[in-house]
Design a protein around this ligand. Structure first.
Ligand code: CA
Length: 200
């Protein structure tokens, strides 16, 4: 931010920056500016304002073990999503959760606060090894959405075609809630055996 000379404007405007990625922002006055006390004061005020804003938007990383889950319905052969089942690193042992068919079915995670999100991890039971286990039909081509307030949702990605039982989707986003919705044409069902997110 090169500001020099006695004719600088009285307001320092900080350009937009990526609030999800930014961790620190340093404003350092140039040597010439120190000759003008008012200029240095303005720069300091601006730096403090930005510092406070970055701090407010710099939540701690997602605590995977503290993610809580809910879903619109629980398919009769499945169990409701639990943190242990959705984050244990296995796609074909333990538990699976799925929803009943129908419009607006979903499985949702809650971080407890707005967090930076760098990866979303999703798994499904390719082998149908779990009792009542479904296949990837109900995990492929699903919409994954994010929200700050559990009301307004933004599409993060479509799960597309799986190449393995657990897939990691890199994203650059932030939010408190992430949900997965059924693929069009899959009868309105959705099923997962892994479902969580990380901040890095
Ligand atoms: Ca699992």
């Amino acid at each position: 931010m090169p500001l020099t000379g006695p004719t600088m404007t009285p307001t320092v405007v900080i350009p937009p920056f990526n609030e999800t990625v930014a961790k620190t922002l340093r404003v350092r006055p140039m040597a010439e500016v120190t000759r003008f006390g008012y200029a240095l004061e303005l720069l300091t005020e601006a730096a403090l304002t930005v510092k406070a804003k970055v701090a407010a938007l710099d939540p701690a990383a997602i605590d995977v073990a503290a993610i809580t889950y809910s879903q619109s319905s629980v398919y009769s052969a499945n169990t409701a999503a639990t943190n242990a089942g959705m984050t244990d690193g296995s796609y074909n042992t333990g538990t699976e959760t799925g929803t009943n068919g129908g419009a607006d079915q979903y499985i949702k995670m809650d971080f407890g606060a707005i967090k930076p999100v760098a990866n979303v991890i999703i798994g499904c039971d390719f082998d149908s090894a779990i009792a009542g286990g479904w296949d990837k039909t109900y995990t492929e081509n699903c919409d994954v959405e994010i929200s700050d307030d559990d009301s307004t949702w933004t599409l993060l990605f479509d799960t597309g075609t799986f190449s393995s039982g657990i897939q990691t989707y890199p994203v650059t986003s932030s939010g408190r809630y992430i949900r997965i919705l059924p693929a069009t044409g899959a009868g309105g069902y959705v099923a997962v055996t892994e479902f969580y997110a990380t901040s890095d």
